[in-house]
Ligand binder design. Structure first.
Ligand code: SIN
Length: 332
């Protein structure tokens, strides 16, 4: 008798719990926070992911995208992710140094000759291994989004390294980038992306480095009279999530989300390529700034002074992996 009552009681309790659970359980919410404008490679990839998830997964998962540092800047977003306040972000690869030194490889000046080489390295065995470089910190890399190669903008024309002497440049929070500017006797200042425009406008800094997409979408070309097409470094992103959130998802859902994210990344990467051409042209057409194209001799001078920075970080990053990245410049 006791057994019967207790079984019936249990069955009722389980049913009630399920009903109550389904009444309160809403969709899984993925807050995707980033710092750039929506019409940029990363902004477009994030929005595409949101739209694909809505289309394919209906009400099961909702992706909320927060662009332009509305939710978190890159200095806070990874901490917020570990606290469960945001589930996805895609900071620039230059902004992970508090979590791993390995990703510093992507900041080495003049390492990659073009974006095809970057792609070969990222999609190869070493690049894929780097997606796990944050695992000890509870973060998982889900993929890379391209933006492009960086250019130098400044208040004066920069043709040779000596032109940068004494100028203040805003950089992302990266020791490699600091050494890169110190190599040309400039003064690097680590500042959040959201402050760059105002720092340039008020002349608190003299210059900055960024891609055509960011120079255009952040309107730096309106307040910087010179842009040197240096293609000296890379600005790409890693899409990250917390291991706690990701591993807590049902396996089939995780697989579906990863497939949709890969599709969104491919979309963003196509936009990155188009923007590196079109946004550059828009900047030129604006006639607000002068484009400086380096002669091979001038460019060689920048390479000569900046490349020794590699050696300073060889121990932290690993010579083998630097060699692998450099070798990606040769197409197979
Ligand atoms: C970004 O593209 O996400 C920001 C890059 C920067 O901080 O310069």
């Amino acid at each position: 008798m006791f057994k019967k009552v207790s079984k019936a009681f249990l069955a009722t309790a389980v049913t009630m719990a399920l009903v109550a659970g389904s009444a309160v359980a809403g969709p899984i919410v993925i807050k995707f926070s980033h710092v750039v404008a929506e019409n940029t490679p990363k902004g477009l990839a994030a929005n595409k992911f949101r739209d694909l998830v809505k289309e394919k997964l209906g009400d099961k998962v909702v992706v909320e995208v927060y662009p332009s540092s509305q939710l978190f800047g890159d200095d806070k977003v990874l901490q917020a992710m570990l606290l469960g306040d945001v589930q996805m972000a895609a900071p620039a690869l230059s902004k992970f140094s508090r979590y791993t030194k390995q990703l510093q490889i992507f900041d080495l000046p003049f390492l990659f000759k073009d974006m095809e080489a970057v792609d070969r390295f990222q999609q190869g065995a070493d690049g894929q291994k780097l997606l796990n470089s944050l695992s000890k910190k509870g973060l998982i890399g889900l993929g890379y989004i391209h933006n492009g190669l960086k250019q130098l903008s400044a208040s004066k024309p920069l043709r040779v390294p000596a032109d940068a002497n004494g100028l203040k440049f805003r950089i992302m929070a990266s020791d490699v980038l600091a050494k890169q500017f110190e190599a040309v006797d400039a003064v690097p200042l680590k500042k959040p992306f959201s402050e760059v425009f105002i720092l340039l406008q008020t002349k608190a800094i003299d210059g900055q480095e960024n891609t055509w997409s960011n120079i255009y979408s952040q309107k730096y070309y309106e307040i910087q009279p010179y842009i040197t097409e240096s293609n000296h470094g890379l600005l790409d992103y890693m899409v990250v999530t917390s291991a706690k959130f990701w591993n807590g998802l049902p396996e089939d859902l995780r697989t579906e989300l990863k497939t949709l994210l890969d599709e969104a990344i491919a979309y963003g990467n196509k936009a990155a390529y188009e923007k590196s051409v079109n946004d550059k042209q828009r900047v030129i057409d604006s006639k607000r700034t002068e484009l400086i194209e380096l002669t091979p001799e001038e460019r060689a001078q920048w390479v000569e002074v900046m490349k020794p920075v590699w050696k300073k970080f060889e121990k932290q990053i690993g010579k083998d992996i630097i060699d692998a990245a450099y070798n990606a410049n040769q197409a197979n």
